[in-house]
Design a protein around this ligand. Structure first.
Ligand SMILES: [Zn+2]
Length: 239
């Protein structure tokens, strides 16, 4: 990143613009994300348009704390105004903490880097759901289907194999990763009202099969970000 673009990011954006800017930037720069979008386009036979990924602020709920607002979501069905089925939503509430100032975006280079990683992991997670949806094996009301997609998203997003897990001092890197995938998938399934109380069983039943299903990748993506120098062409890159 040049000094100029850092300066722009520091001064020009409110939280919505900063979020949209980060989304566009990871679409352009991260080739695991490009590859997922291209795979979705190949299966659906339709372009994946950039505006399917939206930065929105959650409707305020009385006393709602940040941890009760999901950082991102995939719209299995049309569940909120301003979205369509198949959209990906980034919650702006989770972007704000990376800003130093409230009214103006004043982001340190270090915060920008963590924000980029955060947006990248979230977009990759939700794109796994979008891929599973278009692959045609997911029913929104089937907790086993939901569990399978959450296991895949937790693993293939890189959430559990990124620096955070290693920094937490996991002694066994791979074992720690597996437990993290199990924990995150269970929490995600449990947050679906239809599956409340069934999450443990749904994740347990589907774990072995779905943990080793890497599609559309040929191997699990452990590291963050791009791998290789290849760009995977798709509609979001033709703006
Ligand atoms: Zn998920």
């Amino acid at each position: 990143m040049t000094e100029d673009s850092t300066a722009n990011e520091k001064t020009l954006y409110n939280v919505h613009q900063l979020c949209e800017h980060m989304v566009s930037s990871v679409l352009k720069e991260v080739n695991t994300i490009q590859y997922l979008i291209r795979s979705i386009e190949e299966i659906s036979g339709k372009p994946f348009s950039r505006d399917r990924i939206k930065c929105l602020s959650s409707p305020p709920r009385a006393g709602a704390a940040l941890h009760t607002v999901a950082s991102a979501g995939y719209m299995w069905s049309k569940v909120r105004p301003g979205t369509e089925k198949g959209d990906i939503v980034m919650a702006e509430e989770h972007i704000t903490p990376y800003m130093n100032g409230k009214d103006k975006v004043d982001v340190s280079a270090e915060n920008l880097k963590s924000l980029r990683n955060f947006v990248e992991r979230n977009i990759r997670h939700e794109l796994i759901h979008a891929f599973d949806d278009v692959r045609g094996v997911i029913e929104p009301a089937n907790c086993m289907h939901q569990a399978c997609s959450e296991i895949r998203a937790a693993r293939l997003s890189g959430d559990c194999f990124a620096g955070e897990e290693i920094k937490k001092g996991r002694v066994d890197y791979f074992q720690g990763g597996i437990q993290c995938v199990r924990r995150r998938a269970t929490l995600a399934v449990e947050s679906n009202p239809i599956c409340r109380g069934f999450a443990d069983r749904a994740v347990e039943t589907t774990f072995a099969q779905c943990y080793s299903d890497y599609e559309p990748f040929v191997a699990p993506v452990y590291s963050m970000g791009s791998y290789g120098d290849v760009t995977f062409d798709n509609s979001t890159l033709k703006l």
